[in-house]
Design a protein around this ligand. Sequence first.
Ligand code: DX5
Ligand code: ZN
Length: 219
Amino acid sequence: MPLTERHVAPSILSADFADLSAKVREVMDAGARVIHCDVMDGHFVPPITFGPMVVSALRDSLPDEAYLDVHLMIESPEKHVAEFAKAGADGITIHVESTPHIDYTLSAIREGGAKAGLVVCPGTPPDHFAEVDLDLALIMTVNPGWGGQAFLRNQLDKVRRARALLGEGVAIEVDGGVNPETAAECAEAGATWFVAGSAIFKSDDPAARFREIASAAGC
Ligand code: DX5
Ligand code: ZN
């Protein structure tokens, strides 16, 4: 799948964990192709979510066209990326703030056969994006760790600066507080991938909500 296509990526963090596969299929039936998986270790961020076993189970239960976009909020990601790639992640994104070994870890992701992404927290400048080879740059539009937080509008300028830094060949993803209104603002600033968790899975009609965000984002 070319990463330069625009996508809304439903985040399973806000979905029913006892029924993940069915919840993901519902949004895939509405047109979703990128499924965002938030891995948290209780150290880099306080919550603990899931690891490679759940990624592998999702991979096995979903159609091949599902692109598993694995966002690692864990310390020392270099120790774990090979395992996530083996579990079936199509793309793995690591935090600038989580390791001094950014280039090494991105290379290890590619060696595992996955696309390599780099993410910055709200307080981190986008400059690192220009120092390494990337398939995707992720800009957090909330502080990482929890779904349902308010969109940080002061990150929009970072999206603009990242687009200027990277040109058109790299996907720019935004994550946190994305709804139809903020998706449109992010698209205008240069984002092309839009993660949405609570806006989709906490709504009464996730499929309709997915389509609404996709339309607002120009997908
Ligand atoms: C937060 C996660 C997000 C989260 C977004 O740390 O990285 O992917 O699911 O949730 P919403 O869309 O509810 O802000
Ligand atoms: Zn995320």
